[in-house]
Structures are given as C-alpha cells and as structure tokens.
Design a protein around this ligand. Structure first.
Ligand code: ADP
Ligand code: MG
Ligand code: ZN
Length: 204
C-alpha cells in the first residue's frame, strides 16, 4: 500500500468514522504537526456544533485546538484565505457547497483535512461526506470501541431515555434524555421504524 501526499500543490484528506472514533483528535494531531512545520494553519467548524467551547475543537478525551466557527461553506472559503492547511471538523454538518469549497481550496494549493461522520445514527450517508470521500487524495476510516462489547465500532447509536432512538425524529419527546454510543454492527440497534439501510437508486 502506498500513501504519499502529492509533492506539489494542494490536496484533500478525509478522516471519517462513528462518534468517539478519534476524528477530532486526529484532525488536531495533523494540524498541530503542520503548525510545528511552520505552516499557517486554520481549523473551522460549523456553528451548529457548540459543544464544550465555541472557539476550540475539543475531542472527547480533552485534546483541543483553537477553531473558527463558520456559518456556511461559503464562509469557510472566505475564512481560509491565506492558510496553507485548513482543517474542517464536523464536515457532515456543512451544506453541499462544502465540496466545491474544498476543491477550490485545493486548487489554491491548500492542504485540506476534513473530519466527519460518514453515517448518521440511522446508518444513512451523512451530508456531503460521500462526495468528499470520493474526491479525497487520502482517506482514513477510524473505528471506535463498541460501548457494548468492546469490539470495533463503525456505527453511531442514538439512545433516547436509554432506548434506540426512533428513526423519525419528530417522535422524540421534549425533555427526553438523548445520548450517543459507538457500536459495532452486531450491537447496533436500529430504531423501531427502521427503513432498509442506505436506499441507493441507480439510474440507467
Ligand atoms: P470523534 O471526533 O470521532 O467523536 P474524539 O477525537 O472527540 O472522537 O474522541 C476520541 C477519544 O474519545 C478517544 O481517544 C478516547 O479517549 C475517547 N473515547 C471515549 N469513548 C470511546 C469509545 N467508545 N471508543 C473510542 N474512544 C473513546
Ligand atoms: Mg469530533
Ligand atoms: Zn459490539
């Protein structure tokens, strides 16, 4: 297996996986190294995600790096002006325009590292992640530790009051306790109104 980033020009790296798999930690690790190498480094995250701290990316284990909140993909393009390496955390929450933005940044010569959930708690493809994964020069799919059995977790389990969350969000009661776990495919429990996984329509 050969994994070499291009020697000249920009490129796109994607880090994906379920919750708790270490995506933010890996994003921070890569961008901190770029900073040590003297590069101008920026991490952006969607404004939606205001967990822990609005001006930092913070991993579940406490690793942190300053970050700027972006209101939209167009905002990312504007904020990233003049940076050599641009990290995008929670990339799945940006609008589809993030794909064009990532490509433009790469054409400008930037190294773009996008981290995000590849699937949601229903097991469906998440936002623009499939496109980013296809366009990336380098891809890593991380695994978490299954909260149930300790195996390799590739899924995000959403629980409402300790039970698998229904797939139609409207039925979740206000005031219910919402939580997330990493699960392996055997321990993952779909919501009761589960549709088949990933309905793909192939056009002729
Ligand atoms: P992500 O961004 O993918 O949600 P983070 O980088 O925020 O993940 O957190 C990864 C860290 O979370 C791990 O290094 C570990 O210390 C901690 N952690 C907590 N629960 C789990 C789990 N079930 N599997 C793996 N790591 C976990
Ligand atoms: Mg994260
Ligand atoms: Zn398991």
């Amino acid at each position: 297996m050969i994994r070499t980033p291009p020697e000249r020009g920009g490129w796109l790296e994607v880090v994906c996986g379920p919750m708790f798999s270490g995506k933010s930690e890996e994003l921070i690790r890569r961008l901190r190294r770029a900073e040590i190498a003297g590069q101008r480094v920026l991490i952006v995250k969607p404004r939606i995600d205001d967990r822990y701290d609005v001006s930092h990316v913070v991993s579940h284990a406490g690793a942190r790096m300053r970050a700027v909140c972006a209101n939209s993909a167009a905002d990312v393009l504007r904020l990233a002006e003049g940076y050599d390496a641009v990290g995008i955390d929670e990339a799945q929450f940006f609008d589809a325009e993030i794909v064009g933005v990532a490509r433009r940044l790469v054409r400008r010569g930037a190294r773009v590292v996008a981290a995000g959930l590849d699937t949601d708690f229903r097991g469906e493809l998440f936002g623009a992640m499939p496109m980013l994964l296809c366009l990336a020069e380098l891809v890593d799919k991380l695994q978490a530790v299954c909260h149930r059995c300790g195996g390799a977790a590739t899924r995000t389990q959403r629980l409402v009051d300790g039970r698998p969350a229904p797939f139609s969000g409207e039925t979740v009661q206000v005031g219910a306790r919402d939580s997330y776990e990493a699960r392996c495919t055997s321990c993952y429990e779909p919501g009761f109104d589960a549709e088949p996984l990933v309905a793909l329509t192939l056009s002729a």
